[in-house]
Design a protein around this ligand. Structure first.
Ligand SMILES: Nc1ncnc2c1ncn2[C@@H]1O[C@H](COP(=O)(O)OP(=O)(O)OP(=O)(O)O)[C@@H](O)[C@H]1O
Ligand SMILES: [Mg+2]
Length: 235
């Protein structure tokens, strides 16, 4: 089943200028999709539009075969789609535990079991629950941000540049966590500058440039594509 499908999406920030010019993208249930492309390609804009932070001017977005085009983020989150932004994705003055609880704020049920599952997924956070997120390392902060997004037990997780600004050794930790999360049954859409690594773990990859689809194929095929290598993977 296709769990998330965006078709011919156009969107922009000001009334005159479109940033996305009819982008198509989809995720098969259970898969990891990676999106690569140069700075300013519209990758973050695409995730924001799918999550309802920007209203598309054209095109459609369907989640689990239901039309969610134009819905607000809280409605979309309740349906089972979660999003981790590229920057400022934790509350620095709140503790780890409080950050995770913020992620559950629309839950009416007892989420204490889910909280423990998140700590099992990120053992590095477990002993630090009462530490402020602002005092953590970059890698740990990224884990808090992902943990917060997972509190609603989403079916799909959108991740914008999860490895940005992290030391190489921490980058591989974060990618391992992404695979762990995927193994729990969460389908993923990941935007990454670290394109080679992102394609390695992806079932399917998309190249975006200037607000348009350039190419999409299996992660493996894109890695082996000479032109993709030269233009987008640094040779
Ligand atoms: N809040 C905003 N208001 C107006 N224009 C914006 C805003 N955010 C992004 N843009 C513009 O939209 C275009 C696409 O930006 P976007 O952030 O989606 O690119 P990106 O592919 O995520 O790039 P990066 O790799 O640098 O994160 C850029 O020209 C950018 O200047
Ligand atoms: Mg971006």
């Amino acid at each position: 089943m296709i769990i998330l499908k965006a078709e011919k999406v156009t969107a922009g920030y000001t009334s005159e200028v479109d940033i996305l010019h009819g982008v198509d993208i989809q995720i098969q249930e259970g898969q990891i999709v990676s999106i690569i492309g140069p700075n300013g390609a519209g990758k973050s804009t695409l995730l924001k539009t799918i999550f309802g932070l920007l209203k598309p001017r054209g095109g459609t977005i369907a989640f689990e075969e239901e039309d969610i085009t134009g819905l607000k983020p809280d409605k979309i989150a309740r349906k089972g789609l979660s999003y981790v932004p590229q920057v400022d994705n934790v509350f620095p003055s709140l503790t780890i535990q409080e950050n995770l609880e913020m992620g559950a704020f629309i839950r009416r049920d007892d989420y204490s079991g889910r909280l423990e599952e998140i700590y099992e997924l990120f053992p590095a956070l477990k002993g630090k629950r009462n530490q402020k997120a602002g005092q953590l390392s970059g890698g740990q902060r990224q884990m808090v941000a992902m943990g917060r997004a997972l509190m609603l037990d989403p079916r799909v997780l959108l991740l914008d540049e999860p490895s940005a600004g992290l030391a190489p050794i921490i980058v591989s930790d974060i990618f391992e966590k992404i695979v762990d999360i995927n193994r729990t049954g969460v389908s993923m859409m990941i935007v990454e500058q670290n394109a080679r690594e992102a394609l390695k773990m992806a079932n399917h990859g998309y190249v975006l440039a200037m607000g348009r689809n350039v190419l999409d194929d299996s992660g493996k095929a894109l890695l082996e594509n000479e032109e993709v290598g030269r233009l987008y993977l640094g040779g």
